[in-house]
Design a protein around this ligand. Sequence first.
Ligand code: NAP
Length: 315
Amino acid sequence: MTGKIIDGNAIAERIKKEIRDEIEKLKKKHNGSPCLTAVCIGENPATKVYVKNQKQTCEEVGIEYGMEQLDGKIKEEELLGKINELNKSDRITGIIIQMPVPNHINARKIQMSVAPDKDVEGMTPPNLGNLVYAGINPVVAPCTALSVVECLKSTGVELKGKETVIVGHSEIVGKPVTLMLLSSLLESVTPTVCHIATRDLTSYTKRAEILIVAVGKAGLIKGDMVKDGAIVIDVGINRVNVKDEKGNDVIDEKTGKQKKKTVGDVVFEDAVKRASFITPVPGGVGAVTTVLLLKNVLHLWKMRLGEPDITYKIL
Ligand code: NAP
């Protein structure tokens, strides 16, 4: 069997179009627009690139993008005060705290200070807690977990009761994805969560009809750890050295530096031969995650406008 590739870029384009259309409609009706504000603490070249891309993606769908660039030496109390101001601003729909933050700042404390109705990342305790009640209250959920669900839904396979193994139990992926997949609106899978202390990981992965891997270790899931016909969702993003056929490192002729590539946690070339569906890395979960941040902004805006949220079908 050769697995069908779950095309994250195509899913992202479809969702982006839906978001753009809906924002356009709501802008006409309400004569306003949603606004995402990024809080950047200190200067970081990687964050600069990320923020630039985020701004561009927002503007493509009609979301205004604001940035609060704060001094890297800002005191935690002052930063909390700043976020409190943003929380109170009628103009701002959603707030995103750009990571990493300087060492003297408690990242979790800052993230939790964002008002739940402006929490586009779905990481505040009320929003994470609402996942337990999925199906009763519409919630904003962590974008990567939402992306996993979108990738699964794109296969069209009925999820009900499916033996599902989630490898990794972080707050942003493994835990929320498990809660979301237990939602009756998603036909409730039968989940098992594996982590660093799990004994004999293969015995779990081999029986998974749906295998979700979010660890951050290249090559963790080998082809023979995948059940024939499984749906494989690889969340991992790892930068590894490019090797030649003999296993030697390859040097980039232009830069003279070691050539690198991005891979997931699953050995794709082998797993694809067993899976029924599989996400590639790059071009899978990550591509969808980016647009789901926009969907969360739209969702928060609709709640603010008192609009029924018929587009938020995930939960
Ligand atoms: P994380 O917070 O470091 O969590 C990793 C999880 O993997 C932990 O629960 C850890 O368990 C578990 N783990 C570690 N080694 C293991 C092993 N050998 N066997 C089984 N479980 C093991 O990472 P994260 O933030 O969830 O991110 C995971 C990966 O997803 C990273 O590569 C990250 O870059 C990527 N990611 C991708 C996206 C996307 O949009 N595609 C978004 C976010 C993150 P313990 O806690 O028990 O040690």
